[in-house]
Ligand binder design. Sequence first.
Ligand SMILES: Cc1cc2nc3c(=O)[nH]c(=O)nc-3n(C[C@H](O)[C@H](O)[C@H](O)COP(=O)(O)OP(=O)(O)OC[C@H]3O[C@@H](n4cnc5c(N)ncnc54)[C@H](O)[C@@H]3O)c2cc1C
Length: 489
Amino acid sequence: MSENYDVVVVGGGNAAFCAALAAEERGARVLVLERAPAEEAGGNSRFTAGAIRFAYAGLDDLLKVVELSEAEIGNTDFGTYTREQFYDDMGRVTQYRTDPDLVELLVERSLDTMVWMRGKGIRFVPIYGRQAFKVGGRFKFWGGLTLESWGGGPGLVDSLTKSAQSRGIEVRYGHRAVALLHRQGRVHGLRVRVGRDEVEIAAKAVVLACGGFEANSEMRCRYLGPGWELAKVRGTRFNTGDGIRMALEIGAMPWGNWSGCHAVGWERNAPEFGDLAVGDQFQKHSYPFGIIVNARGERFVDEGADFRNYTYAKYGRAVLEQPGQFAWQIFDSKVTHLLRDEYRIRQVTKATANTLEELAPKLEGVDAARFLETVRAYNAAVAEDVPFDPNVKDGRAARGVNPPKSNWANTLDAPPYEAYAITCGITFTFGGLRITTDGQVVDSDGVPIDGLYAAGELVGGLFYFNYPGGTGLMSGAVFGRIAGTGAAA
Ligand SMILES: Cc1cc2nc3c(=O)[nH]c(=O)nc-3n(C[C@H](O)[C@H](O)[C@H](O)COP(=O)(O)OP(=O)(O)OC[C@H]3O[C@@H](n4cnc5c(N)ncnc54)[C@H](O)[C@@H]3O)c2cc1C
C-alpha cells in the first residue's frame, strides 16, 4: 500500500464532509474519496434546497446560526421548534419505530451542530416562501423547518468542500471505494477503483458516508419490493449501495427499515436520475392546496392530512401504487398564487383549462367522467364555513368523501384550472447499517467493528415509513460529525 491516512472518508456529500471536518479538527490526516467526477460530485446533498431541521427555543437560538435583518425580525414570526416538538415529529412520522439512541443524538445535537457548521463557514438563510406564507403582512414559519443553506444544496457542497480543502483535507474525485480491507476484526484500509485500475489505501479508520441504495434498481426491487425499479431517482446516480454492501461483506449488522424509503411526487416525465440543472424542482409539493387524482379519476390520499413536511416523503409510494404509476395534481385560481416556485419551471407536464369539463380530457391517462364525479363530490364536501389559512392546520376539511381531506380544502370552481402530472421520485432508502452512539459500525454479533464508522443515508434505524422534511441533512451533519470525531480518536 503506497498511501497511508489516519482517516479515509468515503463519499462527497454533506455527511462525508462533516465527518472529514470533524476528524481534521481532532488532528487527523484526512482523505475524502468521491466516486463521482468533480462536475457531478456532492451526492444527494447537492440536489437539495439545503433545508435543514434543528431544534431552537426561539429567536436567540436562531441568531446563533443565522444573520437576520431588523426588517426580517420585525415582519416574521419565527416561532419555536423545541426539542420536544422534534422528538414528537420523529416519533409520530416513524410510528415510534425510530431508534431511541439515534434520535436522541439527532435532536439534542442539532442546534449545536448548526453552530459548528456555521463555524466551518456554512451560511444559512430563512426559507421564506416555501416554509412561511405572508398572511396579514407578516410571515409565519410552520412545520419545524426554518433555515436552508445559502445557495441551496450546491452552495452547501461548495462551502463544505472549500472549508475542507482550506484545512488541508485532500479530496479525490472519480475514486470509487469497492472493498474494505479487514484483518482480525479491524478495518485498516480500502480498495479503490480509479478508472480501470484498483489501488489500496491504508487508513487507521474509515468513515462510510456514501449514501443508500436508491440509485440501484436491482437493490430497490429486492428490498423495497416489486415496482420500485420503476421509480425515478431524484438525486445522484452514484448512490448504488456500495457502502452498505462493503460493510455487510465484512459482517456488519443490517438495521432499520429496509423496505422503506423517502419518495415524493415528481414530474412524470423527469429523467431516470436527477438533473443538477433542475435540482429539486421536479418535485411538486403544493398538493395540500389542491387534489390529486389517479388514472381512475379518483383521489387516493388525504392531501391535507398534515403540513407538506410531514406527508410528502410517503406520498411518492402512494403514487407508485396507482395504476400506471402516475397521478395529476389539480388546482384552481384561488390557490395558484401559493404554488411553490417548482411549478413554474419549463420542464412540467401541465394542463390548463377554463372549465373542469375542458380540463378532464386533457388529463392524459385519466378517466374523464369519473374525474368530474370526483370533483363534484369533493366540492360538495368542503366545509366552506371554516376560514382557509395556509400557515396553520386550518381544519377546513372535506369530509364524507373517501379519502377525506383534513385541512386546506377549497372547492375547485375558480378558473383557470391548472393540473400537473407526477410519478414517484425516490430520494433515499431507510435501511442500512447499525452504528453505536459514537458512530461506529456494529457487526452482526452486536460488537463494534474497529476502525469502521458510518454516517448519513446509509445509517439504518432513524427513519421508518416516513420522514420529517429537512432531517436528512441534519442527520448527515450530526452523525457525520460524530463519526469523524470517533474515527480520529
Ligand atoms: C432532490 C432532493 C432534494 C432533497 N432536499 C432535501 C432538503 O432540502 N433537506 C434535507 O435535509 N434533505 C434533502 N434531501 C435528502 C438529502 O439529500 C440526503 O438525506 C442527504 O443529503 C444525504 O447525505 P449523505 O452525505 O448521506 O449522502 P449524499 O449527499 O448522497 O452523498 C453520498 C456520496 O457518496 C458518493 N459515493 C457513492 N458510492 C461511493 C463509493 N463507492 N465510493 C466513493 N464515493 C461514493 C456519492 O457520489 C455521493 O457524493 C433531498 C434529496 C434529494 C435527492
